[in-house]
Write a protein that binds this ligand. Structure first.
Ligand code: FEO
Length: 393
């Protein structure tokens, strides 16, 4: 397989995973890529590897770019197995002089792949001379794991950003200007909403620190998705908005239904929200994935949950989505709840209690109904939507 030239000195030697549809609980409907890069100077450097299963693909691309040369150094920016999984095989085949990771990276790689791996550690701000050019390493803790770091190739002014600025998007195009803009914007937002969102304060501080250091890369090479060349101002602006959790007048309704009552209620709640001037996205959890809900919630100001009752509990899909969203820590949400039961009305209150564990501020009491909603109950649903809409600043 062919390596892809980025500059005279740098090649993409990663792998394309067309078929992955679940990335630790996140639906990856367009697949993903595991990006790895070869840098040629007096020393030849491999930056990151790929998921173990894709090692043959990376090795083939490395050999295509490498020719008779040898790999001198491997840099492992992040210990998660989508980037470190093929490290042991790469060390065995290419026999680098040195392998580098952050201090926590070395610990986490050894904890996953074996304590015998020979890894040297790099402190925050460390430099590595490779001949005419040099790397500077910056820790990027929690973006996405405590061990994460990024590598700046100084003279070339190229940032190898690991998970930051990445997205799960399999395609044959490697560069931003070659790909369909609508597709990549969705996947870029989805990646942030499902991977980086809980660490937004850290992401904001990281962006600020990069700017304060005067770093303004001409190319950004993340470990998933497209290589950024033409769209860097756009993705930086988007990241600033994401990191500040900028929201608009938009609400997300998430519900499940057993015999259609909660579904009818959801449509009337949506009408109430629209009457207050909000954009509304509605998800029936029978047909929608939690990570698509999270994606729409990224720039939303409100969320409203609807549930039926089964065996004196709220519907399990609502428990799933709330557990997931609680972990993502979207801030500043107002909201509400509605639901229908047969006879266990007290169970509906569990939905309100669960919603409050997400930090959602209720704008009105929950609308509770028995069996099929009456016209009066549907009016209460409309009023709930209108009240939540009015509570959005
Ligand atoms: Fe792409 Fe956190 O690994």
């Amino acid at each position: 397989m062919k390596a892809v030239k980025i500059t005279d000195k740098i090649y993409w030697v990663g792998a394309i995973d067309w078929n992955i549809r679940d990335f630790h609980g996140y639906s990856t409907n367009r697949g993903t890529t595991y990006n790895a890069f070869l840098v040629f100077d007096k020393k030849t450097v491999l930056i990151d590897t790929v998921k173990e299963h894709f090692y043959h693909e990376m090795r083939s691309r490395i050999n295509d770019a490498l020719g008779a040369r040898k790999i001198d150094y491997i840099i492992c920016n992040h210990a998660e197995m989508d980037h470190s999984g093929a490290l042991r095989a790469a060390i065995a085949d290419f026999k680098p002089q040195k392998v580098f990771a952050s201090t926590l990276g070395a610990q986490n790689i050894k904890a996953q792949l074996g304590a015998d791996l020979p890894i040297e550690t790099l402190a925050d701000g460390a430099a590595l001379d490779i001949g005419e050019d040099s790397f500077t390493f910056l820790e990027s803790r929690m973006l996405h794991w405590p061990d994460s770091m990024v590598a700046l190739l100084n003279k070339e002014n190229i940032l190898f950003s690991n998970d930051i600025f990445g997205m799960h998007y399999a395609c044959t195009q490697r560069f931003d200007h070659e790909a369909n803009r609508e597709d990549w914007i969705y996947e870029f937002r989805k990646y942030y909403a499902n991977i980086i969102l809980p660490y937004s304060k850290i992401a904001g501080a990281f962006l600020k620190s990069v700017e304060q250091k005067g770093i303004s890369p001409r190319i950004i090479c993340p470990d998933h998705g497209l290589i950024w060349t033409k769209q860097i101002p756009d993705i930086m602006n988007m990241y600033h908005d994401f990191a500040s959790q900028k929201s608009k007048r938009k609400a997300v309704i998430v519900y499940d239904t057993m015999w259609g009552s909660t579904e009818i209620m959801a449509s009337h709640v949506a009408d109430g929200l629209v009457s207050a001037g909000l954009e509304v996205k509605v998800f029936n959890l029978h047909h929608s994935h939690r990570s698509d809900v999270a994606t729409e919630l990224l720039d939303a100001s409100a969320i409203i949950f609807g549930t039926p009752v089964i065996n004196q509990e709220i519907f399990p899909s609502l428990g799933d989505v709330c557990t997931y969203l609680r972990g993502l820590k979207k801030e500043g949400l107002v909201g509400g709840a509605f639901g229908s039961c047969g006879w266990s009305e007290p169970a509906l209150s569990k939905m309100e209690e669960l919603m409050e564990t997400l930090g959602v501020r209720p704008a009105a009491p929950m609308v509770k109904c028995k069996f099929t909603p009456s016209q009066e109950k549907l009016k209460e649903c409309f009023d709930l939507g209108a009240a939540v809409g009015s509570a959005v600043k």
